[in-house]
Ligand binder design. Structure first.
Ligand code: ADP
Ligand code: MG
Length: 183
């Protein structure tokens, strides 16, 4: 068995909407083990360290946004002042600090067979309208890039989940270990 660990954050909108129990129950009923859990008021520094600074990640955020705009026939340059994925990724990252420090988050370390992929599946797509019914984002979130971006803010989508085993280990160290905030 490929026992993995992964990091989940119930984001401030999830805590404010009293969805912590509902979200936790979905991970528990899938058989995942709760290893650690803590309610934390994050600082902007922690959030900037949590989300990668690598061009690869920034570009992937920009690309995903660009694809969604293209599919919906929306003008991304009008929203972001650029259609460059890296520039879009940087803008999105700059909004994450206000969102993720707007109230406490619940940090969770979960473990289980193929936990990283399984948790991503339970969480659903980044953009709620693209998240399948039955996923956390598909069932409880209603935000969209065009509404969020017009307000110059992040998409409110209730949960963060590590995207890969490597990302999970970095994030577990940041939230539950002792490691300087450099990334
Ligand atoms: P995920 O959380 O699904 O792994 P990403 O890592 O790509 O998604 O992005 C991190 C977070 O940034 C998202 O969960 C969402 O809150 C926010 N975000 C991503 N793209 C956009 C966008 N175009 N506009 C506003 N916020 C965004
Ligand atoms: Mg991600």
């Amino acid at each position: 068995m490929a026992i993995e660990r992964t990091l989940v954050l119930v984001k401030p909108d999830g805590v404010a909407r009293r969805l912590v129990g509902e979200i936790l129950s979905r991970f528990e009923r899938a058989g995942l083990t709760i290893e650690r859990m803590e309610l934390v008021q994050a600082t902007p520094e922690r959030i900037m360290a949590h989300y990668p600074s690598s061009e690869t990640w920034l570009r992937s955020v920009g690309e995903k946004t660009r694809e969604a705009y293209a599919r919906d026939g929306l003008d991304i340059a009008a929203s972001f002042g650029s259609d460059d994925p890296l520039a879009i990724g940087r803008t999105v990252k700059s909004w994450l600090s206000a969102y993720m420090t707007g109230g406490p988050v619940v940090a969770l370390m979960l473990s289980g067979n193929r936990a990283v992929e399984l948790v991503r599946k339970l969480v659903g797509h980044t953009f709620p309208s693209a998240a399948a019914p039955g996923t956390i984002r598909g069932d409880y979130a209603l935000d969209s890039p065009e509404v969020a971006n017009a307000a110059r803010r992040s998409i409110h989508n209730l949960v963060h989940a590590s995207g890969s085993v490597a990302e999970a280990e970095e994030e577990i160290a940041l939230w539950f270990g002792e490691r300087p905030l450099t990334r």
